[in-house]
Design a protein around this ligand. Sequence first.
Ligand code: PGA
Length: 213
Amino acid sequence: MKQVLIVGNWKSNKTNQQAQEWLDQFQISNHNIIICPPFTLLPQLDWRIKNQKLGIKLGAQDISPFDEGAYTGEINGKQIKEFCEYVIIGHSERRKYFSEDDSKLEKKVAMAKKYGIKVIFCVQGEHDVIPQGVEIVAYEPVFAIGTGTPDTPENANETAKKIKEIIDVPVLYGGSVTSQNVKNFTQMPHIDGVLVGGASLDAYEFASIIEKA
Ligand code: PGA
């Protein structure tokens, strides 16, 4: 059986207190799990994961295209590397709300590579530019993100297949994944896991997704 990868993207959600409660409720280990919380939560989550040997990996949701220096408000690769093995780059919300274009995304990927951070690169389809050196691609059609209307497993599988013809890396599906529909995606031959937004915020639902995947 293939090892399914489950990534939780918390987006701009949770205080420290809420993150602690989430971890108290989340009782799963021995799975391939990456949580991508906001930057503010990384130190304490990292501490608890190591302290309690929870076996969860951490990812950042963004990375500065610049190295350390005079870039007010940015979090750079060297800082991210302290806590994270992974970083999400190219999420459609970054492209849409923060005007991130191909050239900026390429710089971000280069920064991640410089600091040895593995990249989960999001695309809307097989026609998006995928920079060299990314470790994982997530196919996330915009119409499916946060809408409750996922892509069909067949179309997601077909898109994952096309992406793999361009770059030979694991491909995740993302967009309205829940415990009810996750298996439909992970059972597809070209889909290696899922990127979960809204449904990862609830520890019990996220655990259920992992169990059913
Ligand atoms: P969703 O988000 O699961 O809430 O649809 C997925 C994502 O944006 O990564």
